[in-house]
Design a protein around this ligand. Structure first.
Ligand SMILES: Nc1nc2c(ncn2[C@@H]2O[C@H](COP(=O)(O)OP(=O)(O)OP(=O)(O)O)[C@@H](O)[C@H]2O)c(=O)[nH]1
Ligand SMILES: [Mg+2]
Length: 305
């Protein structure tokens, strides 16, 4: 008898949700950077465990929204949890134990999530992440404190980065999947359309390269995706930034930064699509890209959230 279901991974920005999703799937399905609010819309990844198929739903971080895009992201994250057979609340252990401004923000976000879970009446699995960076004895107090909120059925201590504890979590998720035929072929790992996946990969390289200078204000759109006669693919993408002053940041001196971004993205795309890729990047300034309806529809976000 086969089992299949959805497991949503929710948590504060930067908790490691995408890293965990990729680790559970065993392939890169969602982009990862050191920046908060990297994931902008729910991304599915398919993990197999024996006869069980676990469709992971990596979600945007849940935080105090200010702009339209923020609200849509947070709405989408809770939506992912609503529809799931299992919810994993991923908590960054280090952020809970430290006291920098970013850590305090993360702590407030965790409180909001606990309150949201309480209101939903659903029990979640608490997964305390990044245990590679904290002392063992601190973890005990942390997990006890969180468990006492009453919104969790169980606790796992994991490191999404080095894999510690992740197999146990995977086995548990598999056991929670209801009887169902598989939703995806057993060898499929991702379900984002190629154009969107290609745009995400370029966005990841932008963040990795210019994360300090560029806040959350870049978007990437694939404008052309053409199969070529030689078996390769020609991809054209537009990088949107919000201010004229950000264009030179993305371009870099003599175009060096954009060149690096293009090279790194192309290397990954070649591997992903397993054929030659010709990638062309353009930079456009559009103050209002984050307020355009099409952008939301294209990635499955609710414009009116
Ligand atoms: N030390 C350590 N770092 C981790 C671990 N898991 C993730 N990270 C790092 O944490 C950062 C954020 O990881 P992501 O997977 O992008 O986090 P996220 O929760 O998806 O973030 P958003 O999409 O922005 O909400 C990256 O720099 C990861 O390498 C872990 O187990 N240990
Ligand atoms: Mg993410």
């Amino acid at each position: 008898m086969t089992h299949a279901g959805f497991a949503a991974v929710i948590g504060a920005p930067n908790a490691g949700k995408s890293t965990l999703t990729n680790r559970l799937v065993g392939a890169k399905v969602s982009i990862v950077t050191q920046k908060v609010q990297t994931t902008r819309f729910p991304v599915r990844g398919v993990a197999m465990h024996g006869e069980a198929q676990i469709v992971l739903v990596d979600t945007p971080g849940i935080f105090q929204p200010r702009r339209r895009l923020d609200r849509a992201m947070v709405r989408a994250a809770w939506g992912g949890a609503d529809d799931a057979d299992a919810i994993v609340h991923l908590v960054d252990a280090a952020a809970q134990l430290h006291d920098a401004p970013a850590d305090r923000k993360a702590q407030a976000d965790v409180e909001t999530i606990v309150a949201g879970l309480k209101a939903s009446g659903k029990l979640a699995i608490l997964a305390i992440n990044k245990i590679d960076g904290v002392k063992r004895d601190q973890l005990l107090a942390l997990s006890q404190g969180l468990f006492e909120t009453g919104v969790y059925s169980e606790v796992f201590l994991i490191s999404a980065k080095n894999g510690s504890g992740v197999d146990d979590l995977k086995a548990r998720l598999a056991a929670l999947m209801p009887e169902n035929p598989w939703f995806y072929p057993a060898d499929q790992t991702a379900d984002l359309p190629a154009r969107l996946l290609a745009a995400e990969i370029t966005r990841e390289k932008i963040y990795l390269r210019v994360h300090e200078e560029l806040p959350y204000s870049a978007a990437v759109e694939t404008t052309a995706f053409q199969e070529r006669k030689d078996g390769g693919v020609r991809i054209e993408q537009t990088i949107y930034v919000e201010r004229e002053s950000q264009r030179p940041i993305v371009l870099g001196k003599g175009g060096q930064t954009l060149k690096w971004i293009g090279q790194k993205a192309r290397e990954e795309l070649v591997e992903l699509f397993d054929r030659p890729v010709h990638l062309f990047l353009h930079v456009k300034v559009d103050e209002r890209w984050a307020d355009k309806r099409e952008f939301y529809g294209n990635v499955g976000l609710d414009f009116e959230a």
